[in-house]
Design a protein around this ligand. Sequence first.
Ligand SMILES: Nc1ncnc2c1ncn2[C@@H]1O[C@H](COP(=O)(O)OP(=O)(O)OP(=O)(O)O)[C@@H](O)[C@H]1O
Ligand SMILES: [Mg+2]
Length: 305
Amino acid sequence: MTASGAATVHAVHENPDWWPPFAAAFDAEGVPVQQWLLTGDAGLDLAEEPPAGVFWSRMSASAHTRGHDRSIAHTRALLRWLEGHGRRVVNGSAVLELEVSKVAQDAALRAAGLDTPRTVVAFSPEQVLEGARRLRADGVTSMVTKHNQGGKGLGVQRFDDLAALERHLASPAWLEPVDGVALVQEYVAPAEPFVTRAEFVGGRFLYALAASTAQGFELCPADACGVDGAPLFRLREGHVPPALAGYEEFLARTGVEVAGIEYIETADGRVVTYDVNTNTNYNPDVEAVAPASGPREIARYLGSL
Ligand SMILES: Nc1ncnc2c1ncn2[C@@H]1O[C@H](COP(=O)(O)OP(=O)(O)OP(=O)(O)O)[C@@H](O)[C@H]1O
Ligand SMILES: [Mg+2]
């Protein structure tokens, strides 16, 4: 406990570049916070008591793309140690396993009664092609490939033509997934050219933003603008996720406390949920006009625990 009475929050992550908005938010809320960087610089003594306070993991599935290939394995060890000592961990070890596996996300979303894209899991490029043939046989005409351990739209590419997919798999453009697990899934056509991300803090819906699909797939919400200066992200003012009750059930069942859930609304009335992010970098332009601030709500929530 500090003089103000609030326990310190320890933020477990690996990318200091993403930290400044959170530092500012915790400061503004008067909640003491420290970064716990998982970049391999310090080990753990399992017999030692972890520091007092609340721990919050925002470990990212794409850590390996920043040279932090082992951060996820290191975080697994850290979170087990903290949980073993009875520390309060927000987005703990079970949530980390969801963050790093779109297969795990799909299973948990479906268990909560949500509609997800028809998906085949492939352990080799040959199986990606076999999966695409299987989807084709089921009447799926357009498909996307992606990585099980994703983030930043890694390996996300659309194919309407199996011959083009076959050429892609044999070319240097094919990127081997870091965990050896690729997905090929039904391309879900949005009714309007955007996907939606609904932000949740403490299991509670905060706001939704629309991410334009006009310029393709490799979207990172921290970057505000597209090539022609048109914003890629905008607040969906007043929008309530059509599947909100299902999301609340999903979050309760999985123990996810902080998340951005992505979905597509189709012309024929489907709401298809395809991605769960447990470490949003809140877009500054959206934050400027949103009814609540993601980082501020997180600071307040963690401060209340
Ligand atoms: N099945 C699909 N049908 C249509 N579009 C899709 C589908 N899956 C993914 N997309 C598009 O590709 C983008 C990236 O896919 P996805 O979110 O699954 O990957 P990611 O690696 O988790 O990316 P991020 O970290 O940016 O969320 C989506 O935001 C969406 O625009
Ligand atoms: Mg996504």
